[in-house]
Design a protein around this ligand. Structure first.
Ligand SMILES: Cc1ncc(COP(=O)(O)O)c(C=O)c1O
Length: 385
């Protein structure tokens, strides 16, 4: 008889995420942490006060499954104002505990065992495990460097009768690339022709720079009909620890998503929902100010890097800057981030972890959602490399 049960892991290759590893290493070596994507500043004071108010005044029990009506109403107004999309608060909007849960539920809503799901490397880490846990088969295509746009010819080649869905992420973590109107046209054509679902991760929707337009699937009526569009309040209001997001999808897709959601999390955190609803109503301009806020941070950081041997194109979106360190070191990126963190004093994320089969490029990702003083200290160190 054995003392312990045999575990046949469903995700045997999954270890501690690199984000946790690098943040811990930054902490242990007192390095400036430009690795994990969270701000070192707080969300707007008025928003934090609303949370205190609601938590202190009896709004601490389960919210409705789809989210509180006031927040769904604010979401509806917001997507109409930003994307010209008219969505139904009751049938098409679901508030979730973070974008991650929405992605998991969207995948589980539509992916059956054996179904193939196309995703693009470098890829955000939660997509592949969600597909595998649903019994699906992740199909990893590569975004070619240095532009990291989608190669639509490669997508067409990868399609099979088992292809069920395609997961896109714009603006894109970790490369900062954004989809164009032409990309959306190609995606629409392919998705319609092959009857695919689209899971569109748009958590960085407001972090789009140089006067580009965020091509939300919600802007495109035909694409919207087959899409789960997924967003995160954490990124938008500088409160990543609140883990609150939402999914917008047509009624039939929303029904399926909620079937899963009700048994994964059931609801999102109640007082945060009230606080967000109030703040969105009182301060819609917060969203309009975000692109310039982050563009200034990007430019501040990049200006200092310009004197270094790092090579880069300014990030088009997100709060990440990808840099090529090939002129500084021949080492693999995992070794380089260890060196940067432990000896140079600035933590970064290696790009190879975002690939199923790393191509051996020489990129690391820095995060610039940091106080100017933090960015200046990091840039002063990195600028000399
Ligand atoms: C591309 C992408 N999608 C989803 C998420 C997760 O968002 P949330 O914290 O709301 O679950 C992140 C967070 O870093 C992300 O970068």
């Amino acid at each position: 008889m054995k003392d312990e049960p045999h575990i046949n892991s469903k995700l045997p290759d999954v270890g501690t995420t690199i984000f946790t590893v690098m943040s811990q290493m930054a902490h242990d070596h007192q390095a400036i942490n430009l690795s994990q994507g969270y701000p070192d500043y707080d969300g707007p004071r008025a928003l934090l006060e609303r949370l205190q108010f609601y938590a202190g005044n009896g709004h601490n029990q389960y919210a409705p499954l789809a989210g509180i009506p006031a927040l769904r109403e604010q979401i509806v107004r917001k997507v109409e104002r930003h994307y010209g999309a008219l969505v139904d608060a009751n049938e098409e909007v679901t508030v979730t505990p973070g974008a991650t849960e929405a992605i998991f539920c969207a995948v589980h809503a539509v992916v059956h065992p054996g179904d193939e799901v196309i995703m693009f490397d470098p890829v955000y880490d939660c997509y592949d495990p969600a597909v595998r846990l649903a019994g699906g088969v992740p199909v990893h295509l590569v975004l070619p460097a240095p532009g990291f746009g989608i190669d639509w010819a490669a997508v067409r080649q990868a399609l099979t009768p088992r292809t069920r869905a395609i997961i896109v992420n714009t603006p894109h973590n970790p490369t900062g690339s954004v989809l164009s109107a032409e990309d959306i046209a190609a995606l629409t054509e392919i998705a319609e022709r092959h009857d695919l679902f689209v899971i569109s991760d748009e958590v960085y929707e407001h972090l789009v720079f140089d006067r580009r337009r965020h091509e939300s699937v919600l802007r495109h009526e035909r694409l919207r009909r087959r899409s789960f569009a997924i967003f995160s309040f954490g990124k938008t209001y500088h409160v990543t620890g609140w883990k609150t997001g939402y999914c917008i999808a047509p009624p039939a897709l929303t029904r399926e998503l909620r079937r899963v959601h009700q048994f994964v999390a059931f609801v999102a955190f109640t007082p945060v929902q009230y606080a967000l609803a109030d703040f969105m109503a009182a301060c819609p301009e917060h969203l309009d100010e975000l692109p310039a806020f982050y563009e200034r941070k990007r430019d501040r950081f990049n200006a200092a890097l310009a004197g270094s041997r790092f090579r880069f194109s300014p990030s088009a979106g997100t709060f990440f800057q990808l840099v090529d360190y090939g002129a500084i070191s021949d080492a693999e990126d995992l070794e380089v981030v260890r060196w940067l963190t432990q000896e140079i004093g600035v933590a970064a994320i290696p790009m190879s972890v975002f690939y199923k089969s790393p191509p051996g490029d020489r990129y690391v990702r820095f995060c610039f959602c940091k106080e100017d003083a933090t960015l200046d200290r990091a840039a002063a160190i990195l600028g000399g490399l």
